[in-house]
Design a protein around this ligand. Structure first.
Ligand code: H2U
Ligand code: ZN
Length: 353
């Protein structure tokens, strides 16, 4: 029998941020693929769409009109999933049926007035105001007494449930810390108490030494495929220095973040020559319950595409009932992403305003 290797043998990997395990089946990566592989090109969109509810000057569904914004634009979600004035309360029937009222706020952020762009086709100076909006919104919502956590995210692509191709993201601020960051909080605090350092600082130092899963980096940020990646081309964006939220970033660091976001999103579009779908989100420290010094700021990109624009990963069967599984190793995904160009495949083709 050959000795165990990560690239040849089925194994489980620990996600130290959540404490959960996933199954990696690298040998399946080698099986023939006979399904049709057909990449769809990016749909050409106009720079302005009169029917788009996010374009400047247009009416939204509730009849409010967007200003003729020229950079970013933030508004309260007209169909907010959480409301600030929900009365406090609990509903119980014994110990098994339990519900609690949850207050919160939801906002929509337009990244650009241009209907035809996405972060992948925006320049770093055009992405920089988006970074500022993320930081300012976090700080402003964190200051509200009823808010305990601020989730900033972007759903990109119809297959991720995004309702509109206009470049935009969302913010959901909640009273309680939601499930995913709650797991990360417990794990980061426990690591800090046990090892004395920061889980993600120590992890990043190891990855920078090994250099197997790094995709791209600049003076302040690193993009890597985490060792425990589940989604096919999942990545994490990590600041090199220890900090727990976006507002503390200096101007230079914010420019560096805009640069790194452009470089990873361009790679994603170039991978299958398509508008690459994903859910991306920031994990910043909870905004109540102390200073959260053990928390390390980071963003996750979770993309579902596996082999082409037509083949996506679903969580079914063993994954729904046992635990998640992936066929492509983090190492091979990182190598493919690293090798891609940092110029968008459509450069020069996009329509001008
Ligand atoms: P998606 O990322 O799912 O496309 O979200 C768009 C959000 O925009 C969605 O949460 C909101 C929806 O409630 N929206 C408005 O606030 N006003 C509108 O006129 C349409 C959509
Ligand atoms: Zn639009």
């Amino acid at each position: 029998m050959t000795p165990f290797t990560l690239s040849d043998h089925p194994h489980r990997r620990l996600n130290p941020l959540t404490g959960e395990w996933l199954l990696v089946s690298p040998h399946r990566d080698k099986r023939p693929w006979q399904g049709q592989v057909e990449d769809k090109p990016l749909l050409d969109r106009p720079a302005y769409d009169e029917t788009c509810y996010l374009c400047p000057g247009n009416r939204r569904a509730n009849a409010a009109r967007n200003p003729r914004y020229t950079s970013t634009y933030v508004f309260e979600n007209d169909f907010a999933a959480l409301l600030p004035d929900t009365p406090a309360g609990e509903w119980r029937a014994g110990e098994l049926l339990v519900a609690r009222a949850e207050r919160g706020r939801c906002r929509v952020i337009c990244f650009s007035p241009r209907h035809d762009l996405s972060l992948a086709e925006m320049s770093a100076p055009e992405i920089r105001p988006v970074v500022d909006v993320w930081a300012d919104a976090y700080a402003e919502l964190a200051a509200l007494p009823e808010i305990g956590y601020v989730q900033i995210f972007e759903n990109k692509g119809q297959m991720m449930g995004c309702s509109n191709p206009h470049p935009h993201g969302q913010i959901w601020a909640t009273e309680t810390v939601p499930g995913e960051p709650a797991k990360e909080l417990v794990r980061q605090q426990a690591y800090h108490a046990r090892a004395g350092g920061c889980l993600l600082c120590d992890y990043l130092a190891q990855e920078l030494k090994l250099h197997e899963r790094i995709v791209c980096a600049n003076d302040h940020f690193v993009v890597l495929v985490p060792f425990w990646a589940l989604w096919p081309f999942e990545t994490m964006v990590l600041p090199r220095r220890h900090c727990n939220a976006l507002p503390v970033l200096s101007g230079e660091e914010r420019d560096a973040l805009a640069d790194i976001f452009r470089r990873i999103t361009v790679r994603y579009d170039n991978l299958f020559a398509t508008a690459f779908p994903y859910s991306m989100g920031w994990h910043q420290a909870p905004t109540a319950g102390g200073t959260h010094d053990a928390w390390h700021l980071h963003a996750h990109f979770y993309p579902p595409l596996l082999r082409s624009a037509d083949v996506k990963k679903f969580m079914v069967g063993f994954e729904m009932l046992g635990n998640p599984q992936r066929d492509i190793t983090a190492e091979s995904a990182a190598a493919r992403l690293r090798a891609l160009a940092e110029t968008h495949f459509r450069a020069g083709v996009a329509s001008q305003p």
